[in-house]
Design a protein around this ligand. Structure first.
Ligand code: ADP
Ligand code: MG
Length: 346
């Protein structure tokens, strides 16, 4: 069978469904979430015993599949490779502590180019106070491949499977902007290939470009939730588009969901950037991906604690499984959500 016939998520399911867990007390949750949850690291046996769990996640970035060096500076690439892994750690309600970085490099790269890549990697480690604890280096016959693994700790892991009927669905930041940035960069690449003397015209689009080239994982949201005493019932980071992630939470939680078009946060610059491509901003928000925002559910009784927070928006709520996942458009009938986001084998 062709891999593209099956698709990425069914492929992962097929490859991993009969995995045996030999250490159930230590491998608390394996495949199936933003990160795996490992054994408690220690117990503080005072009056309020706390258990600290470790989480671990890994991502692989391949040149010309995940990034295009004609318009991605290596320093940004290094930063982003770390940032997207930290995003998965935060999505478990955990604090990232260490990463490992493995690279495969073809002979076309200079030492100075790899210095640039590592300058970005170190900058992101600095910003989020993460220790680079190891990795591997080898050669490649086809460009650059970067694999980052991130480890973190949490006393309260939050998985995808805890959403309950009537919980409020919330999203941080705004959506669709990284996809808008990608469209601009791809357009300038086409112009450049047609006429190498062309200078890119990026003025007035710094926000969407930054969202594509230098995403920031939402450490601030995890901190805010903690400070306000809100424990999300489920959480995921938005890497493949809002639709796909809502379906992940709903499937894992055996629930349905409804979201409202007019509640989905989209920046005005995203509207402006997408106008020239005839792409609806709503489509970019639902299916664009690479937002690295957090999607989470909170119980209605907790919602007041985060209402009126500028960086968090309620976009809908959890329903019973039978209703499925739907979008209420500004005009017209319910639209069932489908996962059309980024597909590795599409
Ligand atoms: P994310 O988008 O959050 O990085 P993925 O969609 O890549 O998550 O992966 C979903 C789940 O499947 C994760 O738990 C991940 O660890 C697991 N997974 C992905 N690919 C493989 C693989 N080849 N072998 C084992 N587990 C995998
Ligand atoms: Mg994720």
């Amino acid at each position: 069978m062709n891999i593209s016939e099956l698709g990425e998520f069914p492929l992962i399911k097929r490859l991993t469904e009969d995995i045996k867990i030999y250490h159930p007390k230590e491998t608390i949750m394996g495949v199936g979430d933003d990160a795996a949850i490992l054994a408690p690291l220690g117990t503080t046996p005072i009056t309020t015993p706390t258990t600290t769990y470790q989480v671990v996640t890994t991502d692989l970035l391949v040149e010309n599949v995940h990034f295009d060096l004609t318009y991605v500076p290596l320093r940004h690439l290094g930063y982003k490779a770390v940032a997207v892994n930290l995003s998965d750690v935060f999505a478990m309600n955990a604090t990232p502590k260490q990463i490992t970085v493995s690279i495969a490099v073809s002979s076309r790269f200079t030492v100075e180019a790899l210095d640039e890549l590592y300058a970005g990697i170190k900058l992101c480690c600095d910003k989020y106070k993460v220790d680079l604890a190891g990795g591997d280096t080898t050669s490649s016959t086809s460009g650059l491949i970067i694999s980052v693994t991130a480890l973190g700790t949490t006393e309260v892991p939050v998985k995808r499977d805890g959403a309950k009927e009537n919980d409020i669905l919330c999203v941080s930041g705004d959506l669709g902007s990284a996809y808008a940035g990608l469209q601009l960069l791809e357009k300038e690449k086409r112009h450049f290939l047609a006429n190498p003397d062309m200078q890119p015209d990026f003025k007035d689009f710094s926000y969407v470009l930054e969202r594509q080239l230098k995403p920031e994982p939402r450490a601030d949201i995890i901190k805010l939730l903690r400070e306000r005493g809100v424990r999300p019932t489920s959480m995921i980071d938005i890497s493949d588009g809002l639709s796909s992630e809502i379906l992940h939470i709903a499937t894992a939680s055996n629930a349905g969901a409804v979201i409202y078009e007019n509640k989905i946060p989209i920046d005005t610059e995203t509207y402006r950037a997408l106008e020239q491509f005839n792409i609806m901003p709503l489509t970019a928000a639902l299916n664009g991906g690479e937002d690295y925002e957090l999607l989470f559910t909170v119980s209605p009784s907790d919602y007041d604690k985060i209402a009126h927070t500028r960086e968090i928006r309620p976009i809908g709520h959890i329903t019973e499984a039978a209703t499925g996942c739907n979008l209420v458009p500004e005009n017209g009938a319910l639209i069932p959500l489908s996962a059309q986001g980024w597909q590795s084998f599409g």
